[in-house]
Design a protein around this ligand. Structure first.
Ligand SMILES: C[S@@+](CC[C@H](N)C(=O)[O-])C[C@H]1O[C@@H](n2cnc3c(N)ncnc32)[C@H](O)[C@@H]1O
Length: 449
């Protein structure tokens, strides 16, 4: 997903129109819809601009909401409230807002007038903010929601889980994510692809064994070699899954039976198949997400059996032959990829984490019996919450008891989305962009076949 600065994206449509569409998108997200789903319903000409504005608004939503409450004590009607909130977020942060103040205020007033909303109120509120910014911002000191732009329960959980790093993680969540590519080693090498980018004048950095981060994001259609299957878009931390599960080259021979239990849209499925000749079953509970797996594999020239099914109910889809390796990329809060999905923090509720943890444990318990003796299961989530990572593996190991058939092998555990990239590659250059937040645990079943 391109995440270009709003000003660049918005040029082709009037800002006032984009502001109204963004306010509608904010209302939909606040009603519980994901931004991806909302954007899919926006006219193609407006979509990039609305996406860019909505990303900015969602990153600064806590500050904007707190300001709106301070500036207009009685809550305005929902549509007006959303427009005001969007405009305030777009006047943020101080020093580097995406638009000049007078442009933004003028366009917000036009948007209000065009939609039959109280334009005089919009004008008065925004002008007061511009005039009294320093005092108004100072008055928000001590308001955690305004300071960190995350819900209080999320901040509290992070503080408990990561007493040293919670502030850095919250700050990192509002950064712009890198566009990182995974080189398809069946088609080319990382060095050859990096050289191709350099020759085509595309600035990039090698940030992992197969990972290349572009200095400036570009639309997917303009990524050199993408259509030809030379590269895919995948964060450097997500690129750890396939090599961790496969182990040393050749450990899993041609035709090894591998299950990718939560496969859609197929990023890790494809990476596994790029690295080894596997008999791979790609399973996902959501049939609507499976066409993406087909498309990805077709573009890359790879093949797998692709099946719709609940990984927690193997009786419905398992043929009874054990797997040599299982990837469980479990459904999770996505709290490690907030940079890419700034709506996630506002969509989740505190109670979701317990429900997700239960679902993750159910999947671990259901899939473990399907593993052959000597086989490996890689459990991962794109979460920074310990309840979805270390907590799940501790509980699993306890349920199995000390005499059990499970042995935990070396894998990175929790990776925070911070600038220390040593886990994703020994040679990652200093200054490489931070990877996403992830959790990895590798389990081996004792015994031989
Ligand atoms: C984190 S995404 C997987 C991303 C994928 N592995 C990749 O790398 O592209 C989690 C997926 O789990 C699927 N899922 C959720 N619950 C499931 C279940 N009980 N059985 C199988 N798939 C499930 C969701 O539909 C979603 O596609």
């Amino acid at each position: 997903m391109s995440d270009a600065p709003p000003a660049a994206e918005a040029r082709s449509l009037r800002l006032a129109e984009l502001l109204l569409l963004t306010a509608q998108a904010l209302q939909a997200v606040e009603a519980g819809r994901s931004l991806d789903a909302v954007l899919a319903g926006v006219a193609p000409a407006a979509r990039p601009g609305v996406q860019a504005l909505a990303f900015h608004v969602l990153r600064w939503l806590g500050s904007a909401r707190a300001l709106r409450r301070r500036l207009v004590a009685r809550p305005p009607p929902a549509q007006l409230d959303a427009l005001l909130t969007c405009a305030l977020a777009l006047l943020w942060p101080a020093g580097t807002p995406p638009y000049r103040e007078h442009t933004l205020v003028d366009q917000a007033v036009r948007a209000a007038r065009g939609a039959g909303l109280a334009s005089a109120l919009v004008n008065a509120v925004l002008r007061r903010f511009v005039r009294e910014r320093d005092a108004l911002v100072a008055a928000l000191q001590g308001d955690e929601l305004a300071q960190w732009n995350h819900p209080p329960w999320w901040i509290a959980r992070l503080r408990t889980d990561w007493p040293q790093d919670w502030q850095a993680v919250l700050a990192a969540d509002n950064a712009h994510p890198p566009l990182t590519l995974r080189v398809n080693v069946r088609r080319t090498s990382t060095a050859a692809y990096a050289a191709r980018l350099a020759a085509e004048g595309v600035a990039a950095q090698v940030v992992g064994p197969s990972a290349v981060a572009l200095t400036q994001p570009v639309p997917v259609a303009r990524i050199p070699g993408f259509a030809q299957g030379e590269v895919s878009v995948q964060d450097a931390a997500a690129q750890l899954a396939a090599p961790l599960l496969l182990g040393a080259p050749g450990r899993l021979g041609p035709g090894a039976r591998v299950l990718d239990a939560c496969a859609a849209p197929g990023g890790k499925t494809a990476h596994l198949l790029e690295l080894a000749d596997l008999d791979l079953l790609a399973l996902d509970r959501d049939p609507q997400r499976l066409p993406r797996v087909h498309e990805t594999l077709a573009r890359l020239g790879l093949a797998a059996r692709i099946v719709a099914g609940d990984a927690g109910e193997p009786a419905a889809w398992w043929d009874g032959l054990p797997f040599d390796a299982i990837l469980l990329d479990a459904p999770c809060s996505a709290s490690g990829i907030v940079r890419r999905h700034p709506d996630v923090r506002w969509l989740r509720r505190a109670r979701d984490i317990d429900a997700l943890a239960q679902a993750q444990s159910r999947l671990l318990d259901a899939l473990w019996p399907l593993l052959a003796p000597g086989g490996r299961l890689l459990y991962c989530t794109c979460s920074v919450f310990k309840a979805e990572g270390e907590g799940r593996i501790d509980a699993f190991l306890q349920r199995h008891g000390p005499e059990a058939d499970v042995c935990r092998l070396g894998a990175p555990g929790h990776l925070l989305p911070l600038a220390d990239n040593s886990e994703v590659g020994a040679d990652v250059p200093a200054g490489a962009p931070a990877h996403d937040g992830f959790f990895y645990a590798l389990l081996e079943k004792r015994g031989t076949r």
